[in-house]
Design a protein around this ligand. Structure first.
Ligand code: ZN
Length: 310
């Protein structure tokens, strides 16, 4: 069984101001590294544009209309301190979501074993009622809901190893025992949520990692807290919010993960997916702001999904 890579042709349609860390070069760096020979076995697809009305599954009524009203006819408009919407942002958001849904279809139908979506903008900070933290729509949350609605999944797990807490994903699912949300993140750090005391209805696991801690601390926390909780949840679909800003080179954070750490966490999640849900994993890109750190982290993650890493 193979691994699917879903890419966006229109990732440059979402424009941020000069100097903003979330920029199109991020995806060019990923394209470059995934063009290397060792990734030749990947099944590759372009992301279709999804019907953005599907975001009603997780966002408040009127959320899409509000984004449409915010969208400028040309140029860029600021939504909050770090979040921007440009004239083409919703086109990019439609393929961000379309990538996740295409990956879900391919994995659920058994065409491929697992999938990675190289997409922007990210989604895990987008809450029920507000975009924030570079995120406009919460793509992974919609994919989780579609796994339930379209494919009858009863228990969907989302693991988020982005260095920032996915406040939006937690906000969407914190009262829903059919979705497990497990996040590891640096704390304290933006957005400030994600204390281990935030447990939802028993379906939320927050692992707070201290600044300057390394992959060894992450592995200890996954082995002792995150992975046992995920195993106990018995997911029938596993989604990953894959951010690579825990890399030691990242300019927005202060953890010291190496490529091998991203490979390790991926492999451990695959072990549980094998035992619990026939290996079904859909992974979507979230953050990662050092060009090199992002590229090498994605490469390690995708190699692990392909079963190439040791
Ligand atoms: Zn992040």
């Amino acid at each position: 069984m193979s691994t699917l890579l879903v890419s966006q042709r229109n990732f440059e349609s979402h424009v941020t101001p000069a100097g903003h860390p979330e920029r199109p070069e991020r995806l060019r760096a990923i394209e470059d590294i995934l063009a290397q020979d060792r990734f030749a076995p990947l099944v590759r697809r372009d992301a279709p544009a999804a019907d953005l009305n599907l975001i009603d599954l997780v966002h408040a009524p009127g959320y899409l209309d509000a984004l449409v009203r915010l969208r400028p006819a040309e140029g860029i408009r600021q939504i909050d301190e770090d979040t921007f919407i440009s004239s083409g942002s919703l086109d990019a958001a439609a393929t961000q979501l379309g990538a996740g849904l295409a990956a879900l279809d391919a994995v659920a139908m058994g065409e491929v074993r697992n999938a990675f979506c190289a997409v922007r903008p990210a989604g895990h900070h987008a809450e029920i009622e507000r975009p924030m933290g570079f995120c406009l729509i919460n793509g992974i949350a919609v994919v989780a809901r579609e796994a339930q609605r379209k494919y009858g999944a009863e228990r969907v797990a989302i693991i988020d190893f982005d260095v920032h807490h996915g406040n939006g994903t937690q906000n969407i699912f914190e009262t829903d025992p059919t979705v497990f949300y497990g996040s590891s993140h640096q704390m304290p750090l933006y957005p400030g949520t994600g204390s281990p005391n935030e447990k939802g209805v028993g379906n939320i696991v927050n692992v707070a990692l201290p600044g300057r801690s390394d992959g060894a601390a992450m592995r200890e926390a996954y082995d002792s807290v995150m992975l046992p909780a995920l195993e106990d949840f018995r997911p029938d679909f596993l989604l990953i919010s894959a951010g690579f800003d825990a890399d030691y080179r990242d300019p927005l954070a202060g953890l010291n993960w190496r490529s091998a750490d991203f490979a390790w966490v991926t492999a451990r999640l695959m072990d549980i997916a094998e035992r619990r849900c026939e290996g079904r994993i859909v992974s979507m890109l979230e953050g990662g702001y050092d060009r090199q750190g992002l590229a090498t982290g994605v490469a390690a993650h995708v190699e692990a999904l392909m079963g190439l890493s040791t």
